[in-house]
Design a protein around this ligand. Structure first.
Ligand SMILES: C[S@@+](CC[C@H](N)C(=O)[O-])C[C@H]1O[C@@H](n2cnc3c(N)ncnc32)[C@H](O)[C@@H]1O
Length: 295
């Protein structure tokens, strides 16, 4: 395979990337041309907020083609386009053949939530220590067990007294990892909802792969009251969802919230104060888990 590298100013990145897609590039990646220099620009925003700026001043675009002729043909066509003004061809290089599947898979290892509870990609052997496990592959939906917010929710689920989870709601289910975890730890009935229809499909497929029964759907699928309500979203939507989520918790039931940074604890406590008293019950890498028991 061969890769074509280009330098583009910020306002040309979209047009050039779209053109490379249309020219049948196998993949197109965009990175900061000034990375590792004094001109490097961080584009990270607050979690849940857009980045302060859409793109870097100068981007390096790398497009992969099956052979040198295809890369050269794409280059020759691109330089003729009016939107290519201000861009520059950096070169065409051969890329060593790699076992991409194996390389990608090697980046996803089994993750231990507790010494006995593991998230294991389907291509991995089950670790000997795993007494309870979720089989899950990386997909389009969030939730592979590597993010601290997911891990804390799963740890909470795994450490509840046996048989105590009761009817459970996973609000913002993503891959369905929390709902599946709840099923593995004995929740007798589970609703898993998300605003993203792709997440709902992913959740259903993952539940099937783990031989778990649950009802997945859009948020209006959440009906009535639950002994356990789990929501790993982000602080801003969690604040707005306070009355809705608390209404879904039955008396004596648990509310478990994640996606919250340490410095956001007080604003969440205040938002939920009219309904329940939230406390910080776990933390990992600057993220906190907040839980409450409804009176
Ligand atoms: C951080 S992911 C969590 C996924 C999974 N539950 C986990 O713990 O790994 C948040 C999910 O919440 C969904 N979401 C965001 N806002 C929502 C809302 N207002 N109602 C329902 N789902 C929402 C997103 O689509 C996303 O799938």
């Amino acid at each position: 395979m061969h890769e074509l590298s280009l330098m583009c100013p910020e306002d040309r990145v979209e047009d050039v990337s779209d053109a490379l897609d249309a020219l049948d590039a196998l993949s197109v990646s965009v990175e900061d041309m000034d990375a590792q220099t004094e001109a490097e620009q961080a584009l990270f925003g607050e979690p849940g907020m857009p980045p302060p700026k859409d793109g870097w001043n100068r981007s390096r675009i790398v497009a992969l083609f099956p052979d040198e002729a295809a890369a050269r043909q794409a280059q020759d066509l691109l330089v003729l386009q009016d939107f290519f003004g201000g861009c520059q061809v950096l070169g065409i290089q051969e890329v060593e053949a790699q076992d991409w599947v194996r390389l990608t898979q090697s980046q996803f290892q089994p993750v231990d939530i507790t010494p006995e509870f593991w998230i294991v990609p389907t291509w991995h052997e089950m670790p000997e220590a795993a007494k309870v496990s979720i089989r899950l592959d990386p997909g389009l939906a969030f939730g592979t067990g590597t993010h601290p917010t997911t891990r804390m929710c799963l740890r909470w689920i795994a450490t509840q007294p046996a048989g105590s989870l009761g009817r459970t709601l996973d609000y913002g289910c993503g891959s369905g990892i929390l709902a599946i975890g709840a099923a593995k730890f004995g929740a007798p009935a589970i609703d898993a909802v998300d605003i993203d229809p792709d997440a709902v499909v992913s959740c259903e497929l993952n539940a099937q792969a783990n031989a778990v029964q649950l009802n997945a759907g859009l948020p209006d699928k959440a009906q009535g009251q639950y002994q356990t309500v789990l929501a790993n979203i982000l602080a801003t939507p969690l604040r707005m969802l306070a009355p809705l989520l608390c209404n879904h918790v039955q008396a004596g039931g648990h509310l478990v919230l994640a996606g919250i940074l340490e410095r956001q604890a007080d604003e969440l406590k205040q938002a939920y104060a009219p309904y329940v008293q939230l406390d910080v019950s776990d933390s990992e890498d600057g993220w906190i888990l907040m839980t409450a028991r409804k009176a």
